[in-house]
Design a protein around this ligand. Structure first.
Ligand SMILES: [Zn+2]
Length: 437
């Protein structure tokens, strides 16, 4: 560093003068931290695995690479993405930047263009972006509609195999949850597909309606199916400013009613930020009791929420993560959509997501270990060892020139180096021109 280049045939080496965030290290007992929660250390890598993380200065004659106090992160974990619909912006744009505009544009494109070949090509493109930026595990939602389910899920299964060892992949079925009661045969087919592919059951819980017994009925169907098949759950929840958007409370009550033992993730939860203090606090208590993890998608929410042509947005659209965290709820941030009608931008770069989340959600000026929201925490929610640095674990890491959190978050870290299993990877993202054909 600068221009760190680890020869491909170097399998045992020492990274000296590194700094690691203590909250992302499995055993930090030998390390001491600074005000940013960063610990100076050396990292020994042996045959693709981390052999030691210890105080700087130990010298055993290994080939060394001096990081000059640069921050080292584990490869990161993106718990909420949509790689089946990403990178369609060149042919399916959002006409007005609204949620309705997004749904309409995606539906039209999906009906015409989402062949297995098209889905595979865009998924692979998205994964190459994520890999180049240093993502080690990724969960995607998959639009699961009658015509699309048999196309997208087998493509996902192929991708999961192809990317094994580089990015650990998980998939969630996404569909309007009223289908669970309005079309039982279709719902059974969706559940069978998810179970067959070792996926996660999900659904879109707020479709503009106020809380009602109908929502409870569809949640009962989904929870019962998850229990019967041993599936985890991951919902799209209350992605709206409307006061009627309160399905998070109903999900929590359903989890408690069914005594659900699996993991539950609730994505978005935008409207919770606009509830009055007493109502928000009461919902959060239930969410904590039900053990639901909340993931905020701040970049996508800022894009879609509070958008009216000619009027400047007044709120940020993101879930109240500080209040949830303070109540003991597991919280995370993630990418969500990339270059599709739900979010026009993005590149599955979790450093960007964290940088933006810091500004949007005020992760700064806080003593909470927010870095965990893109690393250890989603790793645990996904039941994976990813997102932490541990002796014996694969040496997947992001090496930066930044020495402080301020330096890390002030620039895009385009000069970062990514190691996967101890090998430096090509950080060139795929060329958009590939998508032209
Ligand atoms: Zn989403």
């Amino acid at each position: 560093m600068p221009g760190l280049a680890i020869p491909p045939n170097t399998t045992r080496f020492r990274l000296v003068n590194a700094r690691v965030p203590i909250c992302l290290v499995a055993d930090a007992s030998r390390l001491t931290t600074d005000a940013d929660g960063l610990a100076p250390c050396d990292i020994v890598i042996d045959n693709g695995r981390i052999a030691a993380i210890g105080p700087s200065g130990e010298n055993d004659g290994l080939e060394s690479f001096d990081l000059d106090h640069g921050i080292v992160l584990p490869r990161l974990v993106d718990v909420h993405t949509h790689i089946d619909k990403g990178h369609i912006w060149h042919r399916a744009q959002n006409p007005n930047g609204t949620h309705l505009g997004a749904r309409t544009a995606v539906m039209a494109d999906r009906d015409v263009n989402w062949s297995a070949e098209d889905v595979a090509k865009r998924m692979d493109f998205a994964l190459r972006c994520a890999f180049a930026h240093g993502t080690g595990a990724l969960r995607t939602h998959i639009d699961s509609y009658p015509k699309q389910t048999p196309i997208s899920w087998p493509v996902f299964a192929e991708m999961r195999e192809e990317w094994k060892g580089r990015i650990a992949l998980q998939a969630v079925a996404l569909f309007p949850m009223d289908r669970a009661v309005t079309d039982e045969a279709e719902f059974r087919q969706t559940v069978a597909t998810v179970a067959k592919h070792g996926g996660i059951l999900g659904g879109l819980t707020f479709l503009g309606e106020a809380p009602s017994p109908k929502t409870d009925a569809m949640l009962d169907k989904v929870f019962a199916a998850a229990i019967a098949n041993g599936l985890d759950l991951d919902f799209h929840v209350d992605e709206s400013h409307l006061p009627e958007a309160r399905s998070l409370l109903q999900i929590a009550e359903a989890a408690l009613r069914h005594k659900f033992k699996g993991n539950i993730v609730a994505g978005h939860c935008c409207s919770l930020a606009l509830a009055d203090d007493a109502e928000r606090a009461a919902i959060i208590v239930k969410v904590a009791e039900a053990g639901i993890a909340v993931v905020s998608l701040p970049m996508c929410n800022m894009y879609l929420q509070d958008r009216t042509s000619g009027r400047t947005p007044r709120w940020r659209g993101a879930a109240p993560l500080h209040e949830l965290d303070a109540a003991g709820v597991t919280v995370m941030v993630a990418s969500d959509n990339t270059r599709d009608p739900f979010y026009a931008y993005g590149d599955l770069d979790l450093i960007e997501v964290y940088r933006e989340a810091t500004r949007i959600l005020h992760f700064d000026h806080s003593d909470r270990p927010w870095l965990k929201t893109i690393a250890t925490t989603p790793g645990e929610v996904m039941r994976l060892p990813h997102g932490r640095m541990a002796v014996g674990a694969p040496a997947g890491m992001i090496i930066t020139r930044a020495r402080t959190m301020n330096e890390l978050l002030s620039r895009p870290q385009n000069d970062r180096v990514v190691l996967c299993a101890g090998k430096q990877v090509d950080r060139t993202p795929p060329d958009y021109r590939e998508l032209d054909i």
